[in-house]
Ligand binder design. Structure first.
Ligand code: SF4
Length: 360
């Protein structure tokens, strides 16, 4: 992997971004922000899943005025998503949000922007400029079409407004639904701006398609050292976005997590590999410590993969062998394999390091 691009660091309510900080995972609530209970509930689920920053929409004054109540009940920084309305941005800042997503060029008269920027500066609140391929300025569309140049030029206009007001706590996103366009836009942005980049493929689609499109776009850039935070945008439950984001980071060895290795199954398998792997994957999601678990249908590759894993299952005739630290541990009937595997994982967690050679 290429060295990570150096970017200016910002601090979002105690969570650093850019400048060598870990790549941050974020998502956006699908609730009405004014429904405080539902929003707090969703943020708690996101936090539990590993979300580090969360954004909420503020299309009405009631939404903006709910931000303080939400902020006081959650553990991760809160980002207000504001479009066009200066008053809502000021309310959001008064309510104690940790970051604004706002394009200053869309706010109108300069004095309105000055007021927001002054307040954001006083409160150390960074601003993300979010340019989207679907809402580019008319003149840029006419000049460049929906190209990386148009996205970057649009971002430049917003950045310039903030820089002229001596404001540099900026994060930038340039989202497009076309993956090659998104990749090229961020590459150009990485050469153009010193600020942290928020990666994402916008309107990427439902769970399967959206995960693949986001993974291709985001991972290509991360592999080149570009990107400081990501939002995997999916037409699915927000928690799914966090799962996919974590898997992208884990796949690139940018973060340690729980990794489940499973074979595709074939005519040699005498256990239901799909079912076993699905159950292991869903229970493994709840584990906090880094861990590698392998689920293989037969002895062709099972012992080899188990050797490289912390825990493993290798299928036999209606039974399976549980491996621990690459060594055969015990044979269990197929129907009890996953439960017994997780009992072993739980037991190892309780075992002090050194007694059995591994504490998780
Ligand atoms: S591990 Fe066995 S069951 Fe799984 S794909 Fe390989 S040969 Fe087939």
């Amino acid at each position: 992997m290429t060295e990570r691009r150096a970017s200016r660091q910002v601090n979002i309510g105690g969570v650093t971004m850019g400048g060598g900080a870990p790549i941050r995972i974020q998502s956006m609530c699908t609730t009405h922000t004014r429904d405080v209970e539902a929003t707090v509930d969703q943020i708690q689920q996101l936090t539990e899943a590993g979300c580090e920053l969360v954004r909420v929409a503020c299309p009405t004054e009631e939404d903006a005025r709910s931000l303080g109540k939400i902020r006081s009940r959650i553990k991760i920084p809160l980002i207000a998503d504001i479009h066009f309305n200066q008053r809502f941005a000021l309310i959001a800042l008064d309510e104690g949000v940790d970051k604004l997503r706002l394009n200053p060029g869309n706010i109108g008269k300069k004095e309105r922007v000055v007021e927001i920027v002054k307040k954001a500066k006083e409160r150390n609140v960074p601003i993300r400029i979010g340019v989207n391929g679907g809402s580019l300025e008319k003149d840029l569309m006419e000049k460049y079409g929906p190209t990386p140049q148009a996205l970057v030029e649009s971002a430049k206009r917003h950045v310039q407004i903030l820089e002229e007001l001596d404001f540099q706590d900026i994060v930038i996103s340039l989202k497009a639904s076309d993956v090659p366009n998104m990749i090229a836009s961020y590459r150009l942005a990485a050469e153009t701006f010193p600020y942290p980049l928020h990666l994402g493929v916008t309107e990427a689609g439902s769970l399967l398609r959206g995960s693949i499109y986001n993974a291709i776009g985001i991972a290509t850039l991360l592999q080149e050292g570009i990107g400081d935070t990501m939002r995997v945008s999916l037409t699915a439950e927000s928690v799914e976005e966090i799962k996919v984001a974590k898997m992208i980071l884990e796949a690139l060895n940018l973060r340690k997590g729980v990794r489940v290795i499973s074979c595709p199954s074939c005519g040699r398998a005498e256990v239901d590999v799909f079912k076993l792997a699905g159950e292991v994957e869903s229970r493994a999601m709840k584990l906090k410590d880094p861990l590698v678990i392998s689920v293989l249908g037969c002895v062709v590759n099972g012992p080899g993969e188990a050797h490289e894993s912390d825990f493993g299952i290798t299928g036999g005739k209606d039974k399976g062998m549980i491996y621990i630290n690459g060594k055969q541990h015990r044979v269990v009937d197929e129907h009890a394999l996953v439960d017994e595997l997780f009992k072993e994982i739980e037991n190892r967690k309780k075992t002090p390091e050194g007694e059995t050679g591994q504490a998780l």
